[in-house]
Design a protein around this ligand. Structure first.
Ligand code: ADP
Ligand code: MG
Length: 264
């Protein structure tokens, strides 16, 4: 990891600097206008280091989902620039953006978003089937084994537990070997044991397969699986923490949640 990604006060990478799978340059996102105007992101400059597991934390409404959506090209920014690898997303036309999202980015959402009529395996390969790409069989085998789904591949989502369904969604995100996976509260609908299985899997896909993952969570013990944590409040990154533990993250979060107490 580079110094800029570790620093607490200056998470800002210079353009082109460092080995970032994704980065943003002073991005802002404003919703609505007049009385309904909301500044969801307020000039965020951040780099997501390649081959690492990054957690994003912050109070409800601090802009976590907006940051993920803007960095993943699911939503446009009001100002600033987003890069996936060397590609400037903000300059892409719709078609090229769709192709980049399909080929370079994986998503895991709180709702598993599986297709109920397809088996686990068919769900895993669906995005590649749609794209007309054949999954690399060795890679697919490895993903299936890492995610522990081998005995469940022919089951439909309704025949799987919540944890198993989310592991199918993780395998689906990994199947095309994307540059980066964005996960928004992936354990939000899971009991703590299934959540831990999914988090173990995400961590091992980073450690063993070199995957890059950014995960939004509000759970300090989930954030502790990550290599680093970014803290967001009021649409700004206010801190980062390397090698987080649940205790340290919880302690840091307390500073945000007391009304009138500014971030230390
Ligand atoms: N589509 C939208 N239209 C208007 N306001 C929105 C929209 N999406 C999010 N917001 C607002 O932007 C802010 C950040 O939201 P969000 O990114 O969802 O926060 P978080 O994920 O941290 O809870 C909130 O004030 C929210 O109400
Ligand atoms: Mg959210």
């Amino acid at each position: 990891m580079t110094d800029s990604a570790r620093s607490t006060t200056d998470a800002a990478p210079a353009p082109g600097a460092g080995d970032f799978a994704a980065r943003s340059q002073r991005i802002s996102k404003v919703y609505g206008s007049g009385d309904a105007r909301v500044i969801a992101l307020d000039g965020v400059t951040v780099g997501i280091p390649r081959g690492r597991f990054t957690a994003v934390m912050g109070p409800s409404g601090s802009g976590k989902s907006t940051l993920m959506h803007c960095m993943a090209g699911l939503d446009s920014v009001t100002d600033g620039e987003v890069f996936i690898g060397d590609t400037n997303l903000t300059r892409l036309k719709d078609k090229a953006l769709t192709r980049l999202r399909r080929d370079k980015i994986g998503f895991i959402f709180q709702a598993f978003n599986l297709v109920p009529t397809l088996t686990a395996l068919e769900n895993i390969t669906l995005p590649m089937d749609i794209a007309g790409r054949r999954p690399d069989p060795e890679w697919l085998d490895r993903v299936v084994d890492t995610v522990g789904l081998r005995p469940r591949l022919k089951h439909r989502p309704s025949e799987l537990s919540g944890g198993q369904q989310q592991r199918v969604a993780c395998a689906r995100a990994l199947a095309s070997r994307p540059e980066i996976i964005f996960a928004d509260e992936p354990t939000g609908n899971l009991d703590s044991r299934s959540g831990a299985e999914v988090l173990e899997f995400l961590r091992s896909s980073v450690r063993e397969m070199g995957q890059t993952i950014v995960m939004v969570t509000h759970d300090p013990s989930a954030a502790a699986y990550a290599d680093q944590v970014l803290f967001l409040t009021d649409g700004q990154i206010v801190d980062t923490m390397a090698q987080p533990t649940a205790e340290r993250v919880l302690e840091r979060m307390k500073g945000f949640e007391l009304p009138g107490v500014s971030a230390r």
